[in-house]
Design a protein around this ligand. Structure first.
Ligand SMILES: [Fe+2]
Length: 370
């Protein structure tokens, strides 16, 4: 009779995603914060060339980041995969070619700040356009979820099915299109040349002088958005499912995180200073709150998962973003702490931080914040 496991090593504690990353031979970063993705140490990546690392942040295996560096004049080997992927350029410039089997290739050129959809299971290959500098790119993906679900790498990486409803060369303007502002806070596009300069919509329900645009990309159910917190303000604390990865792309400040029940306990609040390319991934239902303490706006790119309902048409055949733009928290919802209900010490501490940074803007004494 086989013996019951007695040591940690004898228990099966891994996951197919972990096994995959081990097999890739590059680092896996865990926890809920990474200080700087731009300088994060990466490992040599035999499968595609260049260097890479993966994340398992926020105690979940649905959404993950893949951080990749391509050497000067270098390129990655082509790949295709049964998971969704959105690419962001952190540093450098280059190009991505995209194609379906048997169709001509399409090339998109990019530089720092660009955001690009990699269509499901389409071939893609990335090139560094510089002869002197490496380029560093970031993929937000649901690879962890898909690998765990099918646990068969042959199926995930060598699947010949063509999703021509997602992408085909017949979609001539797939990347050239300027996109469409479907409704307040929802924009459909497959390529944004520089998200640091992309126009956002107001979102006062989340915070004073706060802006957001949710993005519908790659004909997929990816949930991602760009959020901007103006100088001299912060957003209300909120919580949701795990999987959200908030990547700072401009400005700086700090993040407060705390568990439900600790709303008024300053000692239990985790405080982390953030700067461009810091990433914060709150755990399930962990409250989090973004504070801008720098001069100028704090802008973030957030990957939130692949659970949104698709854009659908109404009875007149017009697009209707069912669900997508309806996620604003109702006033006083238990998932958000209004400014007038938060621990007053939070604002006191914020003003001390602003003072230290020479920012003179101050908020109204009490604001409902929606
Ligand atoms: Fe959030």
């Amino acid at each position: 009779m086989s013996k019951a496991p007695t040591t940690f090593e004898e228990w099966w504690v891994g996951s197919y995603y972990r096994r995959f990353v081990e097999r890739e031979g590059v680092p896996l970063y865990e926890g809920s914060i990474l200080e700087d993705l731009a300088t994060l140490p990466l490992g040599d990546w035999e499968r595609r060339g260049g260097k890479a690392a993966y994340t398992r942040l926020g105690d979940q295996e649905e959404v993950n980041l893949q951080i990749v560096e391509i050497p000067p004049k270098g390129e990655l080997k082509p790949e295709r995969h049964m998971y969704e992927s959105i690419m962001y350029v952190m540093k450098g410039s280059g190009a991505t070619t995209i194609w379906q089997d048997g169709e001509p290739k399409k090339t998109v050129e990019w530089k720092e700040g660009a955001l690009l959809a990699i269509p499901l299971n389409a071939w893609h290959q990335e090139f560094n356009g510089s002869a002197d500098e490496p380029c560093r790119i970031l993929f937000g993906t649901n690879m962890a979820q898909v690998i765990n679900l099918y646990h068969n790498l042959e199926f995930v990486f060598h699947n010949s099915f063509k999703f021509t409803d997602r992408y085909s060369c017949a979609m001539e303007n797939f990347y050239a299109d300027e996109g469409k502002h479907w409704n307040l806070r929802l924009f459909a596009t497959n390529f944004i040349p520089d998200i640091r300069r992309f126009q956002l919509d107001r979102w006062e329900e989340r915070g004073i002088r706060t802006f957001i645009t949710r993005l519908y990309m790659g004909n997929s159910l990816s949930q991602l958005h760009i959020l901007e917190v103006s100088e001299g303000t912060y957003v209300t604390a909120h919580r949701h499912n795990p999987g959200a990865h908030v990547v700072v792309i401009d400005g700086g400040g700090y993040e407060l995180m705390f568990q439900p029940g600790d709303e008024r306990n300053a000692e239990k609040r985790q405080k982390v200073y953030i700067k461009p390319y810091s990433v914060v991934a709150p755990r399930a239902n962990e409250f989090h709150q973004h504070f801008n303490t720098a001069k100028g706006p704090l802008r973030q790119l957030a990957f939130k998962g692949w659970v949104r309902r698709p854009l659908s048409t109404n009875s007149k055949g017009e697009y209707d973003s069912v669900g997508a733009a309806r996620s604003d928290d109702p006033a006083g919802s238990s998932f958000k702490i209004r400014y007038d209900r938060e621990d007053p010490k939070i604002r006191e501490e914020y003003y001390i931080e602003l003072e230290r940074n020479g920012v003179s803007l101050r908020l109204e004494p009490v604001d409902q914040g929606g």
